[in-house]
Design a protein around this ligand. Structure first.
Ligand code: GRF
Length: 220
């Protein structure tokens, strides 16, 4: 079966990009990453793409008169590369409804929270301030509202005593690197499809047990 030509948009270090590149390296992977675009000059992820032999380019949003012309340039480049799916991986620009609708059900994102909780920035600090015991991350199809859209995969991650935003972010990031390749494979293979605004996944299993935190009750 033909592999799904996929692009990844980044703004920074690109650790999720790296996880996606690694997962797509085998020739029988359902997705093939053919293009990486950064809106930030010198983003670390550009080197990761180059190391993997994938075309890596900068489209600097500051060179455009507004969001629409910037996004037109993105779409023009993505379509020239004949891309069928776009993955946002730490891409730090809000996208207009026009762009999102153009790529409807062909645009996915990873967010470091259990959506719909903690949309936006500083997710870990806000979760810790609320005293949550379980944090996590989500891969979802993108819709015009920020950090909204049909959920593909989530991972739940325990909050440990003494966590700060950095330690929690590190633990969640490890889970991000597992679920983004999984979600990409599910979408690219056609097993994950949006039906009536939610994602249905053919033949997927789910864990039998809940994640409980704290793990043990106090005895006595
Ligand atoms: C990740 O935490 C991702 O969930 C968020 O931005 C961060 C990007 O990290 N959207 P990286 O560039 O993939 O390392």
């Amino acid at each position: 079966m033909a592999r799904l030509r996929t692009a990844v948009l980044i703004s920074g270090r690109g650790s999720n990009l790296r996880a996606l590149l690694d997962a797509c390296a085998p020739p029988d992977a359902a997705a093939e990453i053919v293009l990486v675009i950064s809106n930030v000059v010198g983003a670390g992820g550009l080197e990761r793409a180059a190391d993997a032999g994938v075309a890596a380019e900068v489209i600097d949003h500051r060179e455009f008169a507004g969001r629409e012309p910037f996004e037109r340039a993105l779409t023009e480049r993505l379509e020239r590369a004949d891309v069928g799916l776009v993955c946002l991986a730490g891409f730090m620009r809000l996208l207009t409804p026009g762009f999102v609708e153009h790529w409807r059900d062909r645009l996915i994102n990873i967010h470091p929270s259990l959506l719909p909780a903690y949309k936006g920035l500083d997710t870990h600090a806000r979760a810790l301030a609320d005293g949550v015991r379980i944090a996590g991350c989500t891969v979802h199809f993108v819709r015009p509202d920020m950090d909204a859209g049909p959920i593909i995969v989530q991972a739940a991650v325990p909050v440990h005593p003494g966590d700060d935003a950095a330690s929690l972010a590190t633990r969640v990031l490890t889970a991000e690197h597992e679920i983004y390749p999984l979600a990409l494979a599910l979408v690219a293979s056609g097993r994950a499809r949006v039906i009536d605004g939610r994602v249905e996944i053919d033949g997927a299993t789910a864990p039998a047990n809940p994640l409980i935190n704290p793990a043990q009750g106090i005895v006595g």
